[in-house]
Design a protein. Structure first.
Length: 665
C-alpha cells in the first residue's frame, strides 16, 4: 500500500500510458481507464486502495458527465422524447425483468430472486454510453436519442426498485404506499425544476455574469451541479438525474457554451476516476475459477438484453440498422446495477456467490462495450448499404412516372431548402437520404423522398438519372461526391451537377471529377455578407450582382488570398489550399527599386502581384510605366515558401539556394 501522493503518481503514470496505448489502437480512452483499475486495484497489483473518498469522487464523474449531456438537450427537445423515455424505456426495463423472472422460475428459483437480478441487469451504463455517443457526435441521431431516452427512464426506475428490494425481503404491506410517496416526491421535484427552474436559473446567471469574475462564475457552476444533484438525491432520485436536469435548464440560456468549457476539466478527470473504480472491482481470480457461470451470465446480459432492445426497437417501426445500433448501445450492464446488487445482498435476496458472478459479468459487459459498439456500428452501416441495394426496386417503382426532374442527394436542411425553391417553380424533384426517420416523416408529409445511398449506381438509376434535368449534392462529403460524379458522368456526360462543399479546398478536385458547379459554403457566405453590406450602403443591386458574377466566374480566385494571423498558424493543414497574402515594405536599398511593376517576373516563383500601396493610396492595377519606389508596400499572394523566395529576390536580387542533392552510396 502506498501513501496518497504515491498513489496519485502511480495513477497518473498508468493513465498516461494506458490512454496513449488505447488511442494509438483507435479505441476509446475509457477502455484504458478500465484496464488501469484492473491492473492497480486490490485484485491486481494492489497499488491503489479503494476508499470512500475515491468512490464519492468517482460518482461525481458521472454527475458532471450527465450535466454536460444535459447541456445538449433543451426542454422542448426533452419533452419531444417523452415517448422514447416512457415508451421504449419502460418496455425495456419491464420486459428484461419479466424475462429474468421467467428464467428464475424455470430453474426452480424464487420470483423475488429473478426480480432482483432482472432489475440489476436491466440497467445500462449511462457513463460509458453517453460518453461514447458524445465523442462520436451521435447524441441527436435516431439511435442516440432512443438510447438516451431509455437511459433516462432507467435512472427514474432506480427509485422504485431501491424501495422495492428491501420490501421484498420482509414482504411489508406498506410497499405500495412507500412507492407512491417516492414517485410523488420525484414528480414534484422534476416538475419544479423543469417548469420553474429555468427562469430562476437564467436570472441568477445574469446576476453572476454581471460581476465579471471568472472565479465566481466557476464556483457558481459547481454549486449548481452539486446542489441539484443533492436535491434529487434527497428526493430519492439519482445524483446523475439532478445534474442532467441542471444541464437542461442551462442549455436554454446564453451561458451554455461558457458553462460547458468550465466543467470539462472536472468532468474528464472525475469520470476517468469513475472508470478506474469500476475496473478495480473485477476479481480476475474469481473469473478464472468460475468461467462457465460468468460466461452464462455475460450472455444473459449482452445477448439477452440486446435481443430485447432490438425487438422493441423494431416494434416502434425502426429500420433494422437503427434497431441494431440502439441494441448494442444498451446491451451492457450499468452503474446502478451495482447499487441494486449491493442492496439485494444487504436484504439477503442474493447470496455472495451469485453476487460475485453477477458483478464479474456486469463488469466484463462494461469492459466490452466500446468494442461492441464500434463493431455494431460497422454492422449497422453494412445493413444500411444492403437496405439501399434492396430498396432500389421500390425507388424505381415510385419514380417511374417522373421525368425532367432534379435529383437531390441528401435531404437535410440544405436539401429541404432547395426543395422549397423547386416547389415554388413547379420543378419536380426526387430526394435520396439514408436517415430512415427523416425519409418516413417527409414521405408522410407528401414529399417524394426515398431511402437510398446516393453514391450507389443502381440507386441513382432507380431515381431516374437517365430522365433527370440536374443532380444536386446537398451534403459536403468529398468521397461520396466523387463517386456520384463518376456514376453521373458515365450515364449522363452533360447533365448539370451542382455540388455543395464546406470550403474551396476540394473545388478543383470536384471540378476535375465532373462537377458543373461547386458551391463553397464559406465563400458563398462571404459573398452574401458583401452583398448585404453594399446594399445597406446604397450600391446599386445591378453593380453588386455584376461583381458577384465576376468572382464566381473566376472560381472565387480573389477570395482565396488572405493575410495570415497567429491563429492561422495552428490551422495550416486546413488552409493549405489557400494562398496567404504578405505585405512587404520596400527599403531604400532594395534590388527592386526603379524596376517596373509589370516587369518584376514574379510568376516564376510563382507568386501573384495583388498591387501596391504608396503614401497610403492603394493601387490594385499598376500602370505600364509604374515603377517600384522606396517606401512602397508591395502586396503578394502565394504559398509561404514561394513568398519568402520572392521577398528575397525583391530585396536582394537573389533566390534561395536549392537544397543539396543526396548522392547514392
Amino acid at each position: 500500500m502506498h501513501s496518497g501522493l504515491e498513489g496519485v503518481l502511480i495513477l497518473l503514470i498508468a493513465a498516461v500510458l494506458a490512454v496513449w496505448v488505447v488511442r494509438h489502437l483507435h479505441l476509446p480512452a475509457l477502455l484504458g481507464y478500465l484496464l488501469i483499475g484492473i491492473a492497480v486495484g486490490p485484485h491486481g497489483l494492489s497499488w491503489l486502495p479503494r476508499t470512500d473518498v475515491t468512490d464519492v469522487l468517482a460518482d461525481f464523474g458521472v454527475v458532471f458527465l450527465m450535466f454536460s449531456i444535459g447541456l445538449e438537450f433543451s426542454r422542448p427537445r426533452l419533452f419531444s422524447m417523452w415517448r422514447l423515455v416512457f415508451g421504449l424505456g419502460s418496455a425495456q426495463v419491464a420486459v428484461t425483468i419479466l424475462v429474468t423472472v421467467g428464467l428464475a422460475k424455470l430453474f426452480s428459483m424464487t420470483w423475488q430472486y429473478g426480480l432482483v437480478l432482472g432489475s440489476a441487469l436491466a440497467m445500462s451504463s449511462t457513463a460509458i454510453v453517453s460518453r461514447l455517443l458524445a465523442e462520436r457526435a451521435d447524441l441527436h441521431s435516431t439511435p442516440g436519442r432512443q438510447t438516451m431516452g431509455v437511459l433516462l427512464f432507467q435512472d427514474l426506475a432506480v427509485v422504485p426498485l431501491m424501495i422495492a428490494i428491501p420490501a421484498l425481503a420482509s414482504e411489508r404491506a406498506e410497499l405500495l404506499p412507500a412507492l407512491g410517496l417516492a414517485l410523488g416526491k420525484a414528480a414534484l421535484i422534476l416538475a419544479g425544476l423543469l417548469f420553474v427552474g429555468q427562469k430562476l436559473m437564467s436570472g441568477w446567471f445574469d446576476l453572476v455574469a454581471r460581476q465579471k469574475s471568472t472565479e465566481l462564475f466557476m464556483l457558481n457552476v459547481l454549486l449548481l451541479i452539486v446542489g441539484l444533484a443533492f436535491l434529487t438525491s434527497v428526493a430519492g432520485l439519482s445524483l446523475a438525474l439532478g445534474a442532467f436536469l441542471g444541464g437542461v435548464l442551462i442549455s436554454e440560456t446564453l451561458y451554455r457554451h461558457q458553462v460547458a468549457s468550465v466543467i470539462r476539466p472536472f468532468r474528464d478527470i472525475l469520470l476517468g476516476l469513475f472508470f478506474v473504480i469500476v475496473g478495480m472491482q473485477l476479481n480476475l481470480q474469481y473469473v478464472a475459477a468460475n468461467p462457465q457461470w460468468i460466461a452464462a451470465m455475460l450472455a444473459l446480459v449482452l445477448v439477452g438484453k440486446g435481443v430485447i432492445v432490438f425487438m422493441l426497437s423494431l416494434l416502434i417501426r425502426n429500420q433494422v440498422p437503427t434497431a441494431l445500433s440502439t441494441a448494442v448501445h444498451l446491451a451492457q450492464a450499468g452503474e446502478f446495477g451495482f447499487v441494486l446488487v449491493a442492496e439485494a445482498v444487504n436484504a439477503r435476496l442474493l447470496d455472495p456467490g451469485t453476487q460475485q458472478v453477477t458483478l464479474a459479468a456486469m463488469l466484463l459487459s462494461m469492459l466490452l462495450t466500446p468494442l461492441l459498439i464500434e463493431r455494431g456500428n460497422r454492422w449497422s452501416r453494412r445493413l444500411s448499404q444492403r437496405h439501399g441495394r434492396l430498396a432500389h426496386h421500390d425507388i424505381e417503382e415510385q419514380t417511374r412516372q417522373v421525368s425532367s426532374h432534379v435529383i437531390i442527394c441528401g435531404y437535410g436542411r440544405t436539401g429541404q431548402s432547395l426543395a422549397r425553391f423547386l416547389d415554388r417553380e413547379n420543378i419536380p424533384f426526387v430526394a435520396l437520404d439514408t436517415d430512415p426517420q427523416r425519409v418516413r416523416q417527409a414521405t408522410a408529409g407528401g414529399e417524394r423522398v426515398l431511402f437510398g445511398d446516393a453514391d450507389r449506381r443502381e440507386v441513382l438509376l432507380a431515381a431516374g438519372l437517365e430522365r433527370a434535368r440536374a443532380v444536386v449534392l446537398a451534403y459536403a462529403d468529398l468521397e461520396s461526391a466523387v463517386k456520384v460524379l463518376r456514376v453521373v458522368r458515365e450515364i449522363q456526360p452533360h447533365l448539370p451537377v451542382i455540388v455543395r462543399a464546406k470550403d474551396d479546398a476540394q473545388l478543383d478536385q470536384l471540378k476535375a471529377a465532373g462537377a458543373t458547379e461547386v458551391v463553397p459554403e464559406i465563400l458563398e457566405a462571404s459573398l452574401q455578407l458583401a452583398m448585404q453590406t453594399l446594399s445597406q450602403l446604397g450600391v446599386p443591386a445591378s453593380r453588386t450582382m455584376e461583381r458577384v458574377r465576376e468572382i464566381r466566374g473566376q472560381r472565387y480566385e480573389v477570395l482565396r488570398h488572405f493575410y495570415r494571423g497567429e491563429e492561422d498558424q495552428l490551422r495550416d493543414m486546413r488552409t493549405a489550399h489557400l494562398q496567404p497574402r504578405r505585405a512587404l515594405e520596400v527599403p531604400s536599398a532594395a534590388h527592386a527599386i526603379g524596376k517596373r511593376y509589370l516587369a518584376l517576373e514574379l510568376t516564376r516563383f510563382p507568386v501573384k502581384l495583388i498591387g501596391f500601396v504608396r503614401h497610403g493610396i492603394r493601387c490594385d492595377d499598376p500602370a505600364e510605366e509604374a515603377t517600384v519606389a522606396a517606401g512602397d508596400v508591395i502586396v503578394l499572394a502565394g504559398a509561404d515558401p514561394k513568398l519568402e523566395a520572392a521577398e528575397q529576390y525583391l530585396l536582394a536580387g537573389t533566390e534561395p539556394a536549392a537544397p543539396p542533392q543526396r548522392t547514392a552510396g
